[in-house]
Design a protein around this ligand. Structure first.
Ligand SMILES: Nc1ncnc2c1ncn2[C@@H]1O[C@H](COP(=O)(O)OP(=O)(O)OP(=O)(O)O)[C@@H](O)[C@H]1O
Length: 299
């Protein structure tokens, strides 16, 4: 691996559940969430990936593709064997705390407290991430300013709109000045204006700090507009990887009928099915689960 890589995954595998004999599959017994005797689900199936330092990298794919599992392995929240995932050269299996200090993570689940003000929420993260006491107030104020929440910083987060909550969560992740910002569906459920404002904040912070951004999204227009490179993931595997323009050019070359392919066309071309509407019964269930999660996030 070169130092230019922020994240490297090599042959990353992760299964949930246990094999019939009772032995844990995937990362470890600790990470296996299913009951003994249940059939394991291979969520990530031999994934190779390199995210370059300083880029915005989009992990795209339908519900159940394995995006969140991949991100949770990268952020050390799922245990994987040594050698599978490195963040700025640190093996996540051996250097968990070093890796955690380098990254900011905004999960799909709500990570802000409705009963605290915006400033209190960000201060809490500053304490957890060991921002030195004498710098804390200033760093919290800077993080709130970066996401355009200074004016409402002393209001309860429970009074914020969905877009403001998402920007508050960004501030929480940014207060420790991470070198890698990991965002799991940061704009899902938001209206177009709120989506744009979230992306503008991400863009501005990246331009100012040079941090690397790894993001999952379902929105192809966002991926095209804001990601330097994307990986299209389906059933635990990467089906295509490159800049949006490179991927579209490949599809144009291989299928001249598609004169102006979209990223949806690219996905269909490489995965052999539609991105949005071809998930089967499990996909429909996941759609419901996602909507519920989104509703609980934005209150
Ligand atoms: N805790 C868990 N226990 C059992 N199976 C799980 C668990 N989490 C995820 N899975 C399964 O692993 C597979 C990959 O899920 P994952 O959440 O990583 O996909 P995703 O691409 O992030 O989808 P979504 O966009 O719906 O979150 C799916 O089949 C899912 O049902």
């Amino acid at each position: 691996m070169t130092v230019a890589e922020a994240v490297v995954c090599q042959g990353l595998e992760y299964s949930f559940g246990r094999a019939k004999g009772g032995s844990a599959k995937g990362g470890s017994a600790k990470g296996a969430a299913g009951k003994a005797g249940s059939v394991p689900t291979k969520a990530v199936d031999g994934l190779d990936l390199a995210v370059h330092t300083g880029e915005v990298f989009g992990l795209l794919g339908p519900n159940g593709a394995g995006k969140t599992t991949t991100i949770r392995a990268i952020t050390t929240l799922l245990p994987v064997p040594a050698g599978m995932v490195r963040v700025f050269g640190h093996d996540t299996a051996k250097r968990r705390m070093e890796v955690r200090r380098l990254l900011g993570y905004v999960p799909q689940q709500l990570s802000a407290e409705a009963g605290l003000t915006g400033r209190e929420n960000v201060s809490l993260f500053a304490r957890v991430f060991d921002v030195p006491g004498r710098e804390r107030a200033e760093r919290v104020a800077q993080a709130l300013a970066a996401v355009d929440l200074s004016d409402v910083a002393d209001r309860l987060a429970g009074t914020y709109s969905g877009g403001m909550v998402r920007r508050l969560e960004l501030a929480q992740a940014l207060v420790s000045a991470p070198r890698l910002l990991v965002l799991d569906e940061p704009t899902i459920g938001l209206d177009p204006i709120a989506r744009t404002s979230v992306w503008e904040c991400i863009d501005a912070v990246r331009a100012a700090t040079g941090m690397t951004v790894l993001v999952t999204t379902h929105y192809m227009d966002e991926a095209e507009q804001y990601c330097d490179r994307v990986a299209l993931m389906d059933r635990g595997r990467i089906r295509a990887l490159g800049t949006p323009e490179e991927l579209k050019a490949q599809v144009r070359e291989q299928d001249p009928r598609l004169e102006r392919p979209t990223l949806d066309d690219v996905f269909r071309h490489f995965a052999g099915r539609n991105l949005a509407h071809d998930n089967g019964p499990e996909g429909e269930f996941n759609d419901v689960r996602r909507t519920r999660r989104t509703a609980s996030r934005v209150g």
